[in-house]
Design a protein around this ligand. Structure first.
Ligand SMILES: NC(=O)C1=CN([C@@H]2O[C@H](COP(=O)(O)OP(=O)(O)OC[C@H]3O[C@@H](n4cnc5c(N)ncnc54)[C@H](OP(=O)(O)O)[C@@H]3O)[C@@H](O)[C@H]2O)C=CC1
Ligand SMILES: O=C(O)[C@@H]1CCC=N1
Length: 270
């Protein structure tokens, strides 16, 4: 099934908030006609209403793809209305954290063709990264379709098995929040050392954005790029001694943060 098939048979989006909205925006910019999209959302935004998609109306009987983008806690209440589309020619793609393939198969039936996809919020500017994995009923073509769908908002990687999804959520799904927090705490440290708040924020944002772009574009590893900043016996080395401390620095802190993320993800799936 190709992107063209989605245009012909339709895409249903359940929940069009931050993530569903970002994906829809990318798809529309990528050329998907608005009249090929049906959205179910109780409180559509002004932007959504203005897109020209079918909004909270009767759905096609067998759309090419159903994209599930409600909160995991809403899924059990919201899914039954789509039950009739499961088990046939419709591919279900879900971006929800927590809920496993087994959970969806319990709610929709074991014959459902399903792809779990985990994007992140830079999708809003076409710079997301999405990991995808299919259930046994999903065919190779279904993964191609999911990849085409999610490519509208950035890079797509394929996982070997669903077990890897927890770590993906812990690293890239939630990861933008960690980076935004890094910006916040760098700016706060600058402020504490006497910089004006706006200047501290500008420096922190430009540093994170520039370093991220350099890490992505350079042939050097992040470790080498870090070393390039670090003059022996200099100022960076003094800071890194604090940040890289194996007991109190970022390595154990990030391990704990990702472990907490994964534990919560597993709770949400219950
Ligand atoms: N935000 C992120 O960084 C990421 C989120 N995800 C996943 O994406 C999913 C959505 O998250 P996010 O976009 O942040 O959340 P949002 O709350 O922004 O979006 C969810 C949308 O679903 C709507 N909604 C609520 N109940 C129903 C219903 N019964 N039927 C249809 N629509 C409904 C909400 O409306 P209302 O607001 O009025 O309740 C809202 O517009 C989650 O499952 C999350 O795990 C995945 C990767 C990253
Ligand atoms: O916080 C959450 O649960 C969602 C999943 C990944 C990012 N946001």
């Amino acid at each position: 099934m190709s992107f063209e098939t989605i245009s012909e048979r339709g895409l249903v989006i359940l929940g069009c908030g931050r993530m569903g909205g970002a994906i829809l925006e990318g798809l529309l910019k990528g050329g998907l006609p608005a009249n090929a999209v049906w959205v179910i959302d109780p409180n559509p935004s002004g932007w959504l209403t203005g897109t020209g998609v079918h909004l909270n109306t009767e759905l096609p009987a067998e759309p090419a793809v159903v994209l599930l983008a409600v909160k995991p806690q809403m899924m059990a209440d919201a899914l039954p209305q789509l039950q009739a589309m499961a088990g046939g020619d419709t591919l279900f793609v879900t971006v929800a954290a927590g809920i496993t393939m087994e959970g969806y198969e319990r709610m929709l039936g074991g014959e459902t063709r399903l792809v779990r996809a985990m994007p992140n919020t830079p999708a809003a500017i076409g710079r997301g990264v999405t990991a995808i994995v299919g259930n046994p009923k999903a065919m190779t073509g279904d993964l191609d379709t999911a990849e085409a769908l999610m490519s509208a908002v950035g890079q797509v990687v394929r996982l070997e098995n669903e077990g890897q999804m927890d770590a993906v959520i812990g690293v890239s799904g939630s990861g933008p929040a960690y980076v935004f927090h890094l910006i916040e705490v760098m700016a706060a440290a600058g402020e504490a050392e006497g910089l004006a708040p706006e200047l501290a924020l500008q420096l922190a944002k430009a540093t994170v954005a520039g370093a991220g772009a350099l890490a992505e574009q350079s042939d050097e590893t992040p470790s080498k790029l870090r070393e390039n900043v670090t003059s022996p016996g200099g100022t960076t080395a003094a800071a890194l001694e604090v940040l890289m401390d194996p007991q109190t620095g970022m390595p154990p802190l990030m391990r704990r943060a990702v472990a907490a993320n994964i534990a919560r993800n597993r709770e949400l799936g219950k």
